[in-house]
Structure formats: C-alpha cells, structure tokens
Ligand binder design. Structure first.
Ligand code: ACO
Length: 431
C-alpha cells in the first residue's frame, strides 16, 4: 500500500494512502491522533475531508460525471424510472422484473397515512413553510411505528420502515399542500404509478376527474431520478451523522430534510425563482444583480450558481434544461422568467468573476422553472427535492449501518478562554 510521510517535529509518521475504484486517493488519517500524540486535522466545511468510503454514487466535479452504482445519470434519466432507481440505490443492483414488481407492489400498498397525522397538520398556522411540516411529519411517523426505535431492529423491520417512507412521503406532501390551500386531503390511488399517483393527490380534487398528463408525469419522474442521490452533501451527511447515533431512521430522514431546507442547499430552488422574480420586478436589470452577487460586502449570491464539488457544468442541470424546454412547449408556456434565467446564465458564464471561480448553473437553476410551469407553489420546490433525495438518504444510511460505522463525532480546536475563576454577580464589570 502506498503511504505518505508526515513530519511533526522529529516524529515521522507513515500515513496510508487509500485508493477508490475510480482512482480517487485519500490520506487515511484514522490512526493519526493516536500515533501523533493528540494531533487532529482541521478542515472547516469538510472541503478536503472524505467522511466515509461509499459504493453508492460516483461524482467527478471537474469532468461533470455523476453515476449511481456505476450507471451514468444520463442513461438512468432517459431509460429508467424513479422507483427502479430507488431500488438500485438502496439494494445495489437494478431489479429483475419480479424484484421490481414486488418492490412496486410493496410501495403501492403502503401509501395510506394514519388519519391522526391530519390533526397535527391542522394545528399549524396557515403560513407554515411546508419543509418545516414535512420534517415534523416524517419524524412523527416514528410515533405510529414505535418498533422502528429498537436499535437492534431486524432486516425485515428496517425494510418495513424503508417501504413506508417511500410510499407515504407523496401522500404527506400532498396533504401538506391541500391543508395550505384549504382543500380536502386526497387519498392515494394505488392503481397508478408513483408519479401519477402523486400528481393526482397533489392537483386533483374529490369533486372531479383528474387526468394525469404523461409529459408532466415523465418530467417529474426524471426530476426525482436526477435528485435521488449526490454522495456526501450537507443533508446526506446529516442523515449519516444522526443515524450513527442509532436514532430511528425516521429521525435521520427528518434531520436530512431540515438540512436540505437551507438556501445554500436544496432551498436554492425556491430562492432561484424568488431571485428571478425580483430581477423581473426590478426591470430586468441583470448587470445590477450580477454586480450585487460579486460585491463581497453584500451577502447576496446568485442563486442556482456554484457547487462545492462541480467545477464544471452540473450534468443534472443539462438534462433539466432540456426537460424544461419540453414541458414549457407542451404546456404552451412562455415564461418571461425563463428568458431572464437564460440571459443570466449567458452573462454569468462570460463574466470573469464567475469564470475564475468556476461557478456554473447547478441542478436548482432550472428545476424551479419546470415546477413553476407545472403549477407547484414556490414553497413546495424544496419539498419535491426531498421526495427525490429520499432513496439516496436511505441508501447512505443503510450503507453506514451495514459497515457498522462509529458514531459521528468530529473533534475541534478550542480557541476560547483559558481557565478562570467564577466572579460573584455583584463584582462583575461589563467588558
Ligand atoms: N454567487 C456569487 N459568488 C459565489 C457564488 C454565487 N452563487 N457561489 C460561490 N461564490 C463565490 C464565493 O463568494 C467565493 O468567492 P471568493 O473565493 O472570492 O471568496 C467562491 O465563489 C467560492 O465559494 P465558496 O462559498 O467557498 O464555495 P462553497 O463550495 O463553500 O459553496 C455553494 C458552494 C454553497 C453551493 C455556493 O456556491 C452558493 O452559495 N451557491 C448559491 C446557492 C445555491 O445555488 N445552492 C445550491 C447548491 S446545489 C445543491 O445543494 C443542491
């Protein structure tokens, strides 16, 4: 095995270099603290730190490559479907015909959600953000399936939780939306496919027939596939960390949803549309907004641009851009925001600031345009991201549990006060 040498004073340490199947190399510092007399590494934001080995997703940010279990994202988006991709991520291989049928049957027969969940939803103020409700509802499912709390749960119990999560999330999402609209909750129709059923529960009404548009169902299916996993991002790492304490999978997924909510992560898809609307209301002055994004004294960033790992086009953004053209054409929508988005992309890709920092449009830049065209409220965009990311979170959690990884517990370098004596309140002076 190749090694690297690390010299600390007179002490020379051999650090093993491990190599992944795609020739990615890492210094294995798992024994560093013990062999160096307490020295740890410091890497805020984990920009240089691999938190785990993983056999699920391969991502090469320089070349814009994304593969699930070895299959290129472009092939999966074109030829597969979301449930098949979920099976692939969670189980490691594409299913046979029978395996797929059984999996689909299990999902479609677990779509109902306990009626008491509606009581929780009823208690929320009208303007509650759906992401807040979704993470609370997913965690609340643990109350209905308390056996999931058992840290020594059997494989069958784990599988039940996995199936329930994938099956019930679309129902929960649609109920959250219906409550916000003041419409009656729609019940699942188990004769429909995953995306068709979701669209019917989301947009349908009990008073009339709802015909699912195959172009829209196909676009949603594609979007869910593209969002299904993205290796060790913020929300996935959160799922792994929470799961590493052996909390129930419902809690780990709920924590992942919370992490995804932020505008620097999945919340960016909502922020992109809000940004484009602001630019439109401001008279479409693109340069002003580009300058704002470049101004270091201004916290504003160009939403939907930049990525921790991609220093090239996000391959998912390319596929989404094409899909959004198809949906807009089918729905005969001429959205002025799309025009602004296209001009914004062109301008940013020519601007020295963005070129130098390799800031390209990411997955969120165009996904919002499709969601908006289909009729999803802006606040629901990140919820749709969560629906797609669910199988990835589950796969990553399962891998971590199978590998019996230790509890996630980073170290720190303390930079606070040294020991000092407690002073009585009467003798304290303001510093
Ligand atoms: N607009 C303006 N400047 C940016 C942007 C942006 N969108 N993104 C990065 N930069 C600048 C930073 O200010 C920094 O400049 P500096 O070197 O002069 O200090 C440089 O580019 C590098 O940025 P970092 O913040 O160090 O990069 P990091 O990897 O930590 O952040 C992130 C990645 C959070 C995605 C960032 O690019 C961003 O905030 N983008 C906008 C939000 C967004 O679209 N998020 C979705 C990401 S995809 C996803 O999570 C699903």
């Amino acid at each position: 095995m190749a090694t690297a040498k690390l010299k600390i004073g007179r002490n020379e340490l051999e650090i093993p270099i491990i190599k992944g199947t795609e020739n990615e190399k890492a210094l294995d510092i798992s024994k560093l603290r013990a062999s160096s007399g307490g020295i740890v590494t410091l890497d805020t934001g984990y920009k240089n730190t691999g938190a785990t080995t993983s056999a699920i997703t391969f991502l090469n940010g320089e070349e814009g490559i994304l593969r699930y279990r070895g299959y290129p994202i472009e092939q999966l988006a074109e030829k597969s479907n979301f449930l098949e991709v979920a099976y692939l991520l969670i189980n490691g291989e594409l299913p046979t015909k029978k395996e797929f049928k059984d999996f689909e049957h299990e999902i479609t027969t677990h779509t109902l959600v306990h009626e008491d969940i509606k009581k929780f939803l009823d208690a929320y103020p009208e303007r509650t953000h759906p992401m807040g409700q979704l993470c609370a509802m997913i965690c609340s499912l643990s109350a209905f399936y308390p056996e999931s709390l058992n840290p020594y749960r059997s494989d069958e119990e784990i599988n039940n939780t996995v199936i329930r999560l994938i099956a019930k999330m679309p129902t929960l999402v649609s109920w959250i939306h219906k409550r916000a609209k003041g419409h009656p909750a729609m019940y699942p129709d188990n004769s429909l496919g995953y995306c068709e059923n979701f669209l019917k529960m989301f947009f349908g009404l009990p008073t009339e027939e709802y015909e699912v548009d195959p172009v829209i169902a196909n676009a949603i299916d594609k979007l869910l596939i593209l969002h299904a996993d993205h290796e060790q991002n913020c929300s996935t790492s959160t799922v792994r960390i929470v799961g590493s304490s052996h909390a129930t999978l419902y809690a780990a997924i709920s924590a992942g949803i919370s992490a995804l909510w932020g505008p620097r992560h999945g919340g960016a898809n909502q922020s992109v549309i809000e940004m484009l609307q602001n630019i439109q209301n401001d008279g479409g002055n693109l340069q002003k907004w580009l300058d704002k994004a470049k101004d270091k004294s201004d916290p504003f960033r160009l939403m939907g641009f930049g990525h921790r790992v991609y220093k090239n086009f996000d391959p998912r953004a390319k596929i989404i851009k094409k899909a959004s053209d198809e949906v807009l054409k089918k729905l005969k929508i001429d959205d002025p925001l799309l025009n602004i988005a296209k001009r914004m992309e062109e301008a940013a890709l020519k601007d020295e600031y963005f070129v130098k920092r390799k800031l390209y449009p990411n997955v969120d830049f165009y996904s919002g345009i499709i969601y908006k065209a289909i009729g999803f409220p802006t606040e629901m965009f990140t919820v749709l991201f969560a629906l797609g990311r669910l199988p990835g979170w589950i796969a990553q959690w399962k891998e971590m549990m199978k590998d019996q990884q230790p509890i996630g517990r980073p170290r720190q370098i303390y930079i606070g006060e040294n020991e000092r004596k407690y002073t009585a309140i009467s003798r304290r002076k303001k510093k």
